[in-house]
Design a protein around this ligand. Sequence first.
Ligand SMILES: CC(C)(COP(=O)(O)OP(=O)(O)OC[C@H]1O[C@@H](n2cnc3c(N)ncnc32)[C@H](O)[C@@H]1OP(=O)(O)O)[C@@H](O)C(=O)NCCC(=O)NCCS
Length: 222
Amino acid sequence: MRTCGLLAKRYGRHKGASLEIALSDHDGQTFKISVNEVKTHDPALISSVVDIDLLTFSEPTWSRYTAGLLLRHGRTFLLQANDVIIGTSQLLRAWSNPDEAVLFSMSIRPGWRGRGLGTFFLEEITKVLVETQVTTLMLEVDPENHAAIELYENKFGFERQGICRQEYGEGQDRLHLRKVLRPKAETIKTTLEPIPSTPSAHCEPGPALHCLTDNEEVCIAP
Ligand SMILES: CC(C)(COP(=O)(O)OP(=O)(O)OC[C@H]1O[C@@H](n2cnc3c(N)ncnc32)[C@H](O)[C@@H]1OP(=O)(O)O)[C@@H](O)C(=O)NCCC(=O)NCCS
């Protein structure tokens, strides 16, 4: 695990629980783990978000531009160990359904994975989301990403909405998963105007699944 040179700072408010872990591979050193939402824009964070992503994905899903834009206009959560950033997650709100949050990214630095921190991170994020108007959480994931699927489906009960074939190129399918966080408020349902649909991606239903477009319309197989 490498922590030197990483940004160590307290961001936003500390939400909910924190936990302590002792790492046997670090002489039992204890770390206080917390989840914090970024409330004030700090350009220094752009590098942290991009760097953590580059440690995971060969083709970067981020540019400094998208990371910065989401820091300002989306929601960003940090997983911190003694205030050092060891994980990041960024969320959008769906334009077609403002009650729905989209988990755009969630990543933990390699040396910290497989220790229950992904579970803790997502638990804390969903706690914050249910305090607001968010009723459902949507994400897409590589069907080969077993750690992520284990976390989302088996631990958190996300349900498969469909599979979008070749979403990001040859052999790059994406599973679409959704979790209901809380019942939708009637008042919100009745005041929202429906938005005309424009499917944004070529998508096909997987076996016994429907594939949703961004506008939540079911894309039926021909
Ligand atoms: C996905 C990710 C956030 C999960 O975080 P984590 O800290 O490793 O998750 P946890 O330790 O809380 O484990 C959650 C569950 O997944 C299982 N799991 C962890 N790593 C696994 C692996 N490599 N293969 C299969 N299952 C795995 C764990 O056993 C655990 O289930 P359990 O508690 O029933 O045993 C982390 O692996 C990561 O950052 N991956 C790279 C980025 C990424 O792929 N993000 C998701 C993109 S949508």
